[in-house]
Design a protein around this ligand. Structure first.
Ligand code: DAH
Length: 344
């Protein structure tokens, strides 16, 4: 019996040495050491031996099965480590690869410019009108009549202004100045407010003109407001927006809703004042209209011009953006070319 055990032991040892993987080892264990394995079937014969034989053969059987268990376990550990390191090597992630780039959206340059202008005026004490006081679809009454624009003024011409065909006298506003009327109808002086928004004009589109663009209207009405206040506020705005070194000039002008009226020109950034296509050779670009609110406008909304006075202004957002960032074609703002938009 001992010889039988020895020969099983030897062939088991040979099988263990020949095993090439963990699953080979599992098979060896099943074949020799499991409940139905070869050792167990031999051990069943122990019961027929004498007590003395039982003790020695039994001890021998236990010793060699324990040895085989150890051999299998050692080899199992070896295979396990080898397989693990192979798997780790295979599944390795290359962390030096670039990640996937998801571009972030940005605020449109005209919105950026509007935000910047609004924040400057907020710091100068102006509030921002709610959108109900500054509608894009207007009546002639607000867009022209109440602003003292004569019935025969050329700006009313259908060639300049978009008239809606849904109802007579309804227009897409050609200027944000109508907001002045809504504001003064709804608020008593002191009034110190701005109203940003989109306006529409029936223009031939070119590098300088689009058939819609953006304006920021401003209105300051209180006791004792003078043209000096107007110049002070607008000069401060220009200094904060363009920096102190940008040449600007006030030029007298005419608007039906202000008296006296002026325009502010800023030196053309494209040619540094030498004269180019963008500034029609003048070296200057007009950025805003302004003036002291006409007494007829104040009377129209029930404000007594003997008690109150005020100034108003309307500036072009596209012009201000073009002059700050040297954009030489207004259409670039509306083409949605990412290469352009990404630069801001
Ligand atoms: N509404 C004028 C325009 O679109 C600009 C303007 C001029 C606005 C004088 C004003 C102003 O408030 O006082 O050309």
């Amino acid at each position: 019996m001992k010889a039988q055990l020895e020969s099983i032991y030897n062939s088991a040892k040979a099988d263990i040495e020949g095993a090439k993987s963990i699953s080979d080892l599992d098979e060896v264990r099943l074949k020799y050491l499991s409940r139905k394995g070869e050792f167990n079937s031999i051990k069943k014969g122990l019961k027929d031996l004498t007590d003395e034989e039982k003790r020695t053969v039994g001890a021998f059987a236990n010793q060699i099965t324990e040895e085989l268990e150890n051999l299998i376990q050692d080899k199992h550990n070896l295979f396990y480590e080898k397989e693990l390191s192979e798997k780790l090597e295979k599944d390795r992630i290359d962390i030096t690869l670039d990640g996937k780039f998801t571009p972030l959206g940005k605020v449109h340059p005209l919105t950026q410019t509007t935000n910047e202008i609004v924040s400057i005026f907020r710091n100068l004490g102006f509030s921002v009108a709610s959108s109900e006081l500054s509608p894009e679809v207007e009546t002639e009454y607000y867009n022209f009549d109440m602003l003292n624009v004569p019935k025969d003024h050329p700006a009313r011409d259908v060639q300049d202004t978009f008239y809606a065909n849904i109802a007579k006298n309804v227009v897409l506003r050609s200027q944000t100045s109508g907001a002045q009327i809504h504001i003064m109808e709804n608020q008593k002086p002191p009034i110190k407010i701005i109203a940003p928004g989109r306006v529409y004009r029936n223009e031939n589109i070119n590098a300088r003109k689009n058939n819609f663009f953006h304006q920021i209207e401003g209105l300051y009405v209180d006791k004792d407001i003078t043209f000096g206040d107007l110049k002070g506020v607008l000069n401060e705005f220009i200094r904060l927006y363009f920096g102190a070194s940008r040449p600007t000039r006030f030029r007298s002008s005419f608007f039906p809703f202000t008296e006296p009226s002026a325009e502010v020109d800023v030196q053309c950034i494209m040619c540094q004042g030498k004269g180019c296509r963008i500034c029609s050779g003048t070296g200057w670009l007009e950025v805003l209209g302004c003036g002291m609110v006409d007494v007829n406008v104040l009377r129209g909304v029930g404000i007594d011009p003997d008690v109150y006075s005020g100034f108003a202004f309307g500036m072009g957002v596209e012009r201000l953006a073009m002059l700050k960032y040297a954009v030489d074609d207004i259409r670039l703002f509306f083409n949605n070319d990412k290469r352009f938009l990404e630069q801001f």
